[in-house]
Ligand binder design. Structure first.
Ligand SMILES: [Zn+2]
Ligand SMILES: [Zn+2]
Length: 268
């Protein structure tokens, strides 16, 4: 049994998930979790592009589902109200407006898109990789400088795609950029998440993996959450044993839970 009993990255009504929130909650309880944070997507785009999916009605519906589940599962499962915001560095004011309109418990800041193209849709070859990675880390550095999130989501997301396409994870090549991102987070009191979806989706390791998590600890980082990034009930809490092992190897003795954006350290 793992000491990690809070899954801080769970999707439900996001356009790429579409699973009733109750099913995710039931699965969490079955898997021995005592707390989950729903972190459905809210994406921002470059060049003033606005996508019709991410609007006020979506947020209202999301909030209603959250409140309904919080009531239904009271006493059995703590349900945190989170959001995974993509590219908030492109429109910090709009992102701030969304965040401040609702009393979220927890915000993940992620980078999914470069110039409005999802990183999962790009072509990964030895020729394209340096360009993708340069742009990815340039945006990630900016996000780590200005993003009003609590934890940075799946820090080295492009690794998932490079490794899937038979290329290396390029950690050594981009260690300088990764270090800069981590330093920004430490200076701003922000955290990282250990996103376990990488383990089940191709790279065999979490995002980020041990080297980065250890470096974060060495640089003075203290805020860490663990999330499955589940889009299906069966993936809630997936591979948390491995995440626990990794955190301990990296020197962490606590993870952080959040209530109304305030971090609550919990021993592991
Ligand atoms: Zn994400
Ligand atoms: Zn996610």
């Amino acid at each position: 049994m793992t000491m990690l009993t809070a899954d801080y990255h769970v999707h439900s009504i996001s356009p790429d998930a579409g699973v009733p929130m109750e099913e995710m909650c039931e699965s969490a309880i079955q898997k021995g979790m005592d707390e989950i944070a729903f972190t459905d997507h809210y994406e921002f785009y470059a060049h003033g592009v606005v996508k019709e999916y991410f609007h006020e009605e979506y947020l209202k519906q999301y909030w209603r589902s959250l409140e309904m589940c919080r009531e239904k599962f009271e006493g059995r499962l703590v349900i945190r109200r989170g959001l995974e915001i993509g590219q908030m560095h492109l429109c910090p004011e709009n992102a701030f407006a969304v965040i401040s309109k609702y009393s979220f418990d927890f915000i993940i800041g992620s980078l999914h898109k470069i110039e409005n193209v999802d990183v999962s849709q790009m072509e990964y070859t030895e020729r394209t990789m340096p360009h993708i990675a340069e742009a990815y880390y340039r945006h990630l550095i900016r996000l780590s400088e200005v993003g009003e999130f609590d934890c940075l989501g799946h820090l080295d997301l492009i690794k998932r795609h490079s490794v899937k396409n038979g290329l290396p994870d390029y950690y050594d090549k981009y260690e300088k950029e990764i270090t800069r991102v981590l330093r920004n987070l430490v200076a701003r009191g922000k955290g990282i998440e250990i996103n376990t979806s990488g383990i089940r989706q191709g790279t065999g390791e979490s995002m980020p993996a041990l080297k980065t998590v250890r470096l974060f600890a060495q640089l003075g980082g203290t805020v860490v959450t663990v999330g499955s990034d589940a889009h299906r009930p069966e993936d809630v809490g997936a591979d948390f044993h491995e995440a626990e092992k990794l955190l301990k190897e990296a020197g962490f003795k606590e993870v952080t839970r959040f209530e109304r954006r305030r971090g609550l350290p919990v021993k592991i």
